[in-house]
Design a protein around this ligand. Structure first.
Ligand SMILES: Nc1nc2c(ncn2[C@@H]2O[C@H](COP(=O)(O)OP(=O)(O)OP(=O)(O)O)[C@@H](O)[C@H]2O)c(=O)[nH]1
Ligand SMILES: [Mg+2]
Length: 285
């Protein structure tokens, strides 16, 4: 498949960057969320620039949908680049506690400064950022629900900001910084579409299933065979695969022909939901 570059920079990107830059002035620790299945593609490159002078935690969300083995090199990569990486299931309270600890560790210098000056340490102020659908709201909800404190309204630098007091050590900006995904190559766009992080207006379902079929056939064929109780013959082509899936799942057209279009949609949906195989789509160069 030939991969043409995509030149894509939505008009609201600049606005989103400005909004985040404005708010980030008030923040001690930035918590960026990326999807574990796309630890590079689901990171907006502009966030790298905006956050580089801040203490940073990077949360790889949805670890329940990925391979913990395959994600390891990406943890090391971000560690080397000054982040505190954490692979998490945001529905798991233990993992949420680990994120709280990571914020405290990254903010220790700031807390220590108060202590050195003989002052009572102020709560660390954190902000959750990331591209759509990676789990930012889930994380804010989980962190704030773990606290019995209510929402506090503290005046910010230039305007009033809404803060959630998680406990006496941590306050959270109650709205996340959302930046659209940014990508220059089609593979990144395909990865984002496959995990459901962006609308797929400019990529057809057939392009997505072509890509996914080749990848799974090459590296994860046993998972495909097992999921749909197929034999090797069903992997000779994408068409054969969809026929196999349609047969197994009873997907039929009115004339009792196999509904391979429905099978294709099911294939994409079940991959997105982590039902076929848990993997990392991105690769480190
Ligand atoms: N399996 C799994 N699903 C998760 C996890 N974290 C979040 N989700 C799901 O991912 C979807 C998106 O989560 P949100 O918290 O709404 O994501 P967001 O980043 O706030 O999305 P936007 O508001 O669109 O920017 C929801 O269906 C969540 O339930 C996780 O760790 N594992
Ligand atoms: Mg949200």
């Amino acid at each position: 498949m030939q991969q043409k570059g995509i030149h894509w920079f939505p008009g609201h990107m600049q606005k989103a960057i400005r909004q985040i830059e404005e708010r980030i002035k008030l923040i001690d620790v930035v918590v960026e969320v990326v999807d574990s299945r796309c630890p590079l593609s689901s990171k907006n490159q502009y966030l790298e620039k905006i956050t580089q002078n801040k203490k940073r935690v990077i949360v790889f969300s949805k670890k329940d949908l990925t391979s913990l083995e395959e994600i390891k090199p990406f943890e090391e990569y971000y560690l080397k680049n000054g982040y505190y990486p954490l692979v998490c299931d945001l529905n798991n309270q233990n993992d949420i506690s680990k994120i709280k600890k990571a914020i405290a560790i990254q903010g220790k210098d700031i807390t220590d400064k108060y202590i050195r000056r003989g002052m009572k340490p102020q709560p660390l102020r954190a902000m959750i950022i990331g591209i759509p659908n990676v789990g930012k709201s889930t994380l804010i909800n989980r962190l704030s629900k773990s606290s019995s404190m209510s929402v506090a309204n503290t005046p910010g630098h230039t305007r009033s900001q809404q803060w959630i007091k998680v406990d006496k050590t941590l306050e959270l900006l109650d709205t996340p910084g959302i930046l659209p995904p940014s990508y220059e190559d089609k593979i990144t766009a395909i990865h984002l579409a496959l995990i459901g992080a962006m609308k797929i207006e400019n990529i057809s379902e057939s392009e997505l299933s072509d890509y996914l079929f080749s990848l799974l056939k090459k590296k994860y064929s046993s998972f495909l065979i097992e999921r749909y109780s197929l034999n090797e013959d069903s992997l000779v082509s994408k068409e054969a695969l969809f026929e196999g899936i349609a047969k197994r799942r009873g997907l039929l057209l009115p004339q009792n022909e196999l509904d391979t279009s429905k099978a294709e949609l099911l294939f994409l949906k079940e991959f997105k939901e982590g039902l076929i195989v848990k993997l990392v789509l991105d690769t480190l160069c």
